[in-house]
Structure formats: structure tokens, C-alpha cells
Ligand binder design. Structure first.
Ligand code: PMP
Length: 356
């Protein structure tokens, strides 16, 4: 039986999008393929409010995280982490022999612009990473205020992991000054997993040119050059099926209207937050709440796995806490094409199961 997935990605994909995945394949060096990639790029530039080049990657988002820290760190990277996905950047840096330092805050708290300023003022770093929407804790980091700080440091590349927020929360890439903004398609964009996207600024291009060992598959400069020098091509064979589906889904997103889409996400978030306040407690610092997922403290000490088993019988699924927050918290996502009615339906089912 198919379920409604309220886990923070992947989420359900509309039948129309699934049908696009079944489009007959075209040659990846054809003009048709270039046109497809160009169309996708123009639409993504709208969704991400940027004029920067859009890079596609046939991988999940982690691939572009690896590509960005490896391709664009010349001196040393500063990773700011408020949870598991922030920590992932650090592990990626270390395993790629990128000089990197980790700066952490307590789980449930956000990275502050002051913290970033203090670290950058040492002059040791020329790339920083921030997780916009930390999927393990439900924090939305203040990427706009952090962007203001970074504007003081000309040589710093600003990388943002927007894997679980792009398409559901407004990210004005150019206004904020983000050099590399990464996302995956299986979350708020509402596609099956298997493709990742990032924006790539001129400054990032110049930096990558100075980095000698950028790897191969995730060498962002190579992906960029195929777009610029070869008219929207891709260095290897991309998932054309995803590209057909992404092109279609971006039309749907733009048809809905970006502001409407972001508001729908906000309204779904408010619905879940109100419910969480009534019956449990929100785990996350309330000044920095995500609009695509809510992390709830398990104040009633229920078995989250048992709740989920019962939900699955009813055709729904939510997510347990991530890593060390398992059973201590649970996560309800509200992203993609879901509506407030879908969320209310889920919450009513939880109420019935838990007799709330
Ligand atoms: N960053 C964040 C914030 C995420 O939520 C995830 C996936 N849960 C990732 C990175 C990794 O993305 P992917 O699974 O697409 O590689």
C-alpha cells in the first residue's frame, strides 16, 4: 500500500511527475538535451532568486556538498554545525583531506552571525558552510544575517546546504550573497531521489580555478565548464529521466507561484507547531523554526516506533528523531506538494492512535 510520507524526504511524488520519469530517453549530447538543461536552469534561477549558474548533479545532495568543499577550499574551511547534517560537512572535508575546522552549537540551537564573525575574523578561513535547515533538529539558521557578516570578508566562499528547504522556503541566493547553494530534488521540490542542484557564483568559479585537486565526478568547475563551453551539457551521462521530471515539476511550482508555495509551507508548519504545543513540546529554539519540518520533543515518552507502525497501517509515516535524538524527539515533515488538509489528516490519525 502506498503511504503518505511525512518523513523529511523523500516524500510522495505526484503521478504526473512519476509519468515524466518514464519519458523515452534522448541522447545526452543532443541539442534537445542542452535545451532541457537550459530550461531547467532558467526555472531554478527563479526558484532560488539568482543569476548564478545552476549546476545539476546526478547524485543526491551529499555529492554536491563534497564537490563544493573540495573544489572551493583553498586555505581552510570553517564548518558551522548545529546537528547531524552540519557534522556531515566536516566528515566530508576530513575524508577529502580538505583542511577544515568544526564549530558547533548545542542541538536545538542556531548558528549566530556573531559566532561566524568571530571565526572569520581570525583570517584563517576562505570557505564556510552553513546548513540552512538542519533536518535533525528543525533549526532554520539565519542565513540572511550570516550573509551580511560574510560580505565583510571578500575572499570567503559562502556555501549553504538548502537540501531540506529549497522549494519550500524562500532563499534569495543573490541578495544574501550565497556562492554555492545546494539542494536535493527529493524534498521540498517533490521529485524521486537521485539528482542534486547547486548555484555556482563567479567568485566560486574563480576560487575553484586555484584549487588543483578537485576530484573528478564532483569537480564543480568541470560541471560548470560543460555548461558554459558546451551549451548546457553535463560531463558524464546525467539522469535524463530526472531532468524531464524536474523540468515539469518546476513548471508546476512556478504555476503555483513561489510566494503561494512558501506560504503554504508556512501554514502547514504553523498547523503542526500548534498541535505540538498542545500535546507535546517543540524541541527547537522557537526563534529559528523551519517551515518544512517540525521536531517535537517526546514529552509523553511514547514509543515513536510503535506510533509509526500504527500510522503505517493507516497509510502514513513520520520520522523518528535523528541520531542521538531518536525516541527523544520525532519529526513531522511538511514539504513538497502537501496541503494543510493533508497535515490535519495526519494529525487527526495521530490523535486517534494516541487517544489525545
Ligand atoms: N543536508 C540536509 C539538511 C539533509 O536533510 C540531507 C538529507 N536528509 C542531506 C544534507 C543529505 O542529502 P542527500 O540525502 O540528498 O544526500
Amino acid at each position: 500500500m502506498s503511504k503518505k510520507l511525512f518523513i523529511p524526504g523523500p516524500i510522495d511524488v505526484s503521478q504526473d511527475v512519476l509519468n515524466c520519469m518514464a519519458t523515452q530517453v534522448i541522447g545526452h549530447r543532443s541539442e534537445e538535451s542542452s535545451k532541457l538543461q537550459e530550461e531547467i536552469s532558467l526555472k531554478l534561477q527563479k526558484v532560488l532568486y539568482t543569476k548564478n549558474t545552476i549546476l545539476l548533479s546526478t547524485s543526491s545532495g551529499t555529492g554536491l556538498m563534497e564537490g563544493s568543499i573540495r573544489s572551493c577550499t583553498s586555505k581552510r574551511a570553517a564548518v558551522f554545525s548545529c546537528g547531524s547534517f552540519g557534522d556531515r560537512w566536516y566528515k566530508i572535508g576530513v575524508s577529502n583531506m580538505v583542511p577544515v575546522d568544526l564549530f558547533k552549537v548545542e542541538l536545538g540551537q542556531a548558528i549566530s552571525p556573531e559566532m561566524v564573525d568571530k571565526v572569520l575574523s581570525t583570517g584563517k578561513y576562505d570557505l564556510i558552510t552553513i546548513t540552512h535547515n538542519e533536518t535533525s533538529t528543525g533549526i532554520r539558521n539565519p542565513i540572511e544575517a550570516i550573509g551580511e557578516v560574510i560580505k565583510k570578508y571578500d575572499d570567503v566562499i559562502y556555501c549553504v546546504d538548502a537540501v531540506s528547504s529549497a522549494g519550500g522556503m524562500k532563499i534569495e541566493v543573490d541578495k544574501i550573497g550565497i556562492d554555492i547553494c545546494i539542494t536535493s530534488v527529493q524534498k521540498a521540490l517533490g521529485l524521486p531521489p537521485g539528482m542534486a542542484i547547486c548555484t555556482f557564483s563567479k567568485k566560486a568559479v574563480q576560487r575553484a580555478k586555484t584549487v588543483p585537486y578537485r576530484g573528478t565526478y564532483f569537480d564543480l568547475l568541470s560541471i560548470y565548464k560543460y555548461i558554459v563551453d558546451k551549451n548546457y551539457q553535463y560531463p558524464s551521462t546525467p539522469s535524463l529521466s530526472h531532468m524531464f521530471a524536474l523540468n515539469f515539476q518546476l513548471d508546476q511550482i512556478l504555476k503555483e507561484g513561489l510566494d503561494n508555495r512558501f506560504l503554504r509551507h508556512e501554514n502547514m508548519a504553523k498547523t503542526v507547531r500548534n498541535w505540538a504545543e498542545d500535546h507535546f513540546q517543540i524541541f527547537t529554539n522557537k526563534n529559528y523554526l523551519s517551515n518544512t519540518l517540525t521536531v517535537i520533543e517526546n514529552t509523553k515518552k511514547i514509543s515513536i516506533s510503535k506510533l509509526n507502525e500504527k500510522l503505517i497501517d493507516r497509510g502514513f509515516e513520520i520520522a523518528n528523531g535523528y541520531g542521538e535524538l531518536k525516541e527523544k524527539t520525532f519529526r513531522i515533515s511538511h514539504m513538497g506538494d502537501y496541503t494543510v488538509e493533508d497535515v490535519v489528516d495526519l494529525l487527526n490519525n495521530i490523535n486517534e492512535i494516541l487517544e489525545l
